[in-house]
Design a protein. Structure first.
Length: 205
């Protein structure tokens, strides 16, 4: 009886620019992680992400964001992409080929629990609850897909006295143009669609 061997398709990897000059998006033909995992410090990567841990060991890596089929890497400002991009590309590709675990099981549940604890003080009732549902739907439908294209993520955090607070992750975190996008794009849209919204502010993930 002949043995059948399953051959994996080769890992394809290419880079995409993001609006943040310090951040580059590495896109692959493999599903890396179904969800969003943002690591701004080495400690959180060590706890939850073998891939993130490996990347943080490189001297020029400042932040790692893993989502679906891409990894967004934020570099230290004193390095040039021209000097490190190819090295990073080969590094990421090699680790994907070796089936390195991207994000440990239980990460999403742990983050959800943390989020629940943080948001425990935000209880919405009546009209305010309806407004929050509408804001969340607009962010999910119109804002998130566009932000993800740029290698980042946006999450609703709270709504209080007309002010919407969102959390920016990945390439959006610390991006010079994200403030402009937040004010001219997201704030403008939410104010048009939800008249109760007076302002949109952000926190870094």
């Amino acid at each position: 009886m002949e043995e059948t061997t399953v051959t994996k398709s080769p890992v394809m990897l290419y880079t995409e620019q993001t609006p943040n000059p310090e951040t580059l998006k590495f896109v692959t033909n493999r599903m890396l992680y179904k969800g969003t995992a943002d690591f701004r410090e080495e400690d959180s990567a060590k706890e939850w992400s073998p891939m993130g841990t490996a990347l943080f060991e490189l001297p020029f890596v400042k932040g790692v964001y893993i989502c679906n089929n891409f990894i967004t890497v934020t570099k230290e400002f004193n390095y040039l992409w021209d000097d490190i991009m190819l090295k990073l590309k080969e590094f990421i590709k090699g680790h994907i080929e070796n089936d390195m675990e991207m994000v440990k099981e239980g990460f999403a549940a742990a983050m959800a629990k943390k989020e629940e604890e943080l948001g425990a003080s935000y209880k919405y009732t009546g009209k305010e609850a309806e407004i929050v549902v509408k804001i969340k739907e607009l962010i999910e439908t119109y804002v998130k897909p566009a932000v993800e294209m740029d290698g980042g993520n946006i999450e609703f955090k709270s709504f209080d006295k007309g002010v919407v607070t969102v959390i920016l992750q990945g390439s959006c975190s610390g991006c010079p143009s994200s403030t402009v996008t937040l004010k001219s794009g997201i704030e403008g849209m939410l104010q048009r669609m939800v008249p109760e919204v007076t302002e949109v502010v952000s926190e870094m993930g």
